[in-house]
Design a protein around this ligand. Sequence first.
Ligand code: NDP
Length: 290
Amino acid sequence: MTAQLIDGIALSKTLRAEVATRAAALAARGHKPGLAVVLVGDNPASEVYVRNKVKACEDNGIHSSYDRYPATLSEAELLARIDELNRDPQIHGILVQLPLPPHIDSHKVIEAIAPEKDVDGFHIANAGALLTGKPLFRPCTPYGVMKMFEAHGIELKGANAVVIGRSNIVGKPMALLLLEAGATVTICHSKTRDLAAHTRAADVIVAATGRRNIVTADMVKPGAVVIDVGMNRDEAGKLCGDVDFAAVRDVAGFITPVPGGVGPMTITMLLVNTIEAAERMAASAEAKRV
Ligand code: NDP
């Protein structure tokens, strides 16, 4: 069997076109959507991510403000800037690029973002809302993965899903969204005793570890759906995921490539979350006017 490829670039294109239409409709009502992106320090990977996010906004009718601060910025200064952005009516989403320099407490910073502008969905209020099945924002990466299942008609109700990784930004919210969709979910991590025993029983595998080749062909049930969130470099410095793509694609039913899979979807869902935030704020502003 050769797996069907889940193309994150093609799906992103469709979803971004929808974003652009919704952004234009909001702008016509006098509510041009706006995303504030904040970067502290000069981490080269973060710079690339931020640049891509700002460009994606510009390309799809979302206004973006980009604050670039030196690594010497104090925590108090950053919190003051977030407070300003929280009160800025032109800004509907705030994204502080992680990681932050070690002298800044990233939890404190995330908690300072107004939950209704927390388009990453990392604020404790949004994490709690997701846990109780009433999400305001779904974290971008797992939300993008859910859109991939939807676009390919992949049935999750009753499916056995294994998520490898338990981080707050990928693994845990991914598991919650799968649970919400009716899957039977197992979360594996570095202390899991027999990872392969879990993955072999899975209809859906989502790998999010940052460990190259953690999922090999012998660990995958024929026909299973394999989603690769990981972003690693091989010996030649080429971008690759957590899954042994060349071998697993002969066993799986569906598979995402790296690059061109989950990565572009993450940025797309940031745009979607910004539009959702702007639509909510526009509706509430218009309701106050009447
Ligand atoms: P973290 O480092 O926060 O979490 C990694 C998780 O993997 C941990 O829960 C860890 O377990 C688990 N893990 C590590 N080694 C093993 C192992 N040998 N067996 C089973 N589980 C293991 O990473 P993130 O969740 O932030 O990101 C995961 C990957 O996804 C990274 O490669 C990252 O770059 C990528 N990523 C990609 C995005 C995209 O848009 N494509 C977006 C966000 C992240 P434990 O908790 O026990 O330590």
